[in-house]
Design a binder for this molecule. Sequence first.
Ligand code: GLP
Length: 242
Amino acid sequence: MEIRIFETADETVRAVAQRVARSLREKPDLVLGLPAGRTPVGAYAELGRLHAAGEADFSLASSFNLDEFAGIERTHPGSFHRFMMEHFFDGVNIPAGHIHSLNGAAQDLDAECERYEDELVSVGGVGLQLLGIGPNGHIGFNEPGDALVARTHRVTLLEATRRDNAALFFDDPAQVPREALSMGMGTILKADAVVMIATGVGKAACVERMVRGPITTQLPASFLQTHRRVEVYVDLAAGSRL
Ligand code: GLP
């Protein structure tokens, strides 16, 4: 793992945006894998600015959202699809048809996961996967447990994760869906390159465990150690235990 430590959260996410813009210049038809969450928001805003300044052209790029809550429409205020539209896609020029997301309101959620995995395979997989990390070490919604699932799948969310995501559901954890859909660990690890972003002291412990191991299903992010091209972008606070 290549660790990059920046003084502030702001510098961290701006560096991530520069990293994405660089990849895009090298490979205009880049396939991005993108997380929702508070952490990458500044990177998305900066990419919007780079796009407006003519330094990031997404016209040939495509994207796959990492995860989604089950049982809600894409228009629901808590939907990660909606979150990504508001925080990223509305500000750049990725063609609408190149934006892929899981439909949490699908009738058959298992079939929806299959569809998504097949769609990803049909474009040749993710080129650059951005990731955040949950305080319990989850990536996407791959929660800690006795086993991990390789492919895109349905997940039962842990209570802590539902609490962490309450902000999107009127600050009421009870309104956070009990289930979600997520790219699997295998899906994530198949990406050509992974950029993990973590900021704030609340992430320091899970970042330390992710980087130093041991590799365990109890901390899904630790499996990133097995990937050949992972860059970890942290601020001083999140990197304080490294
Ligand atoms: C959420 C999402 C992840 C996200 C993580 C961290 O539960 N499923 O994709 O990366 O938790 O979120 P945040 O960046 O808001 O701390």
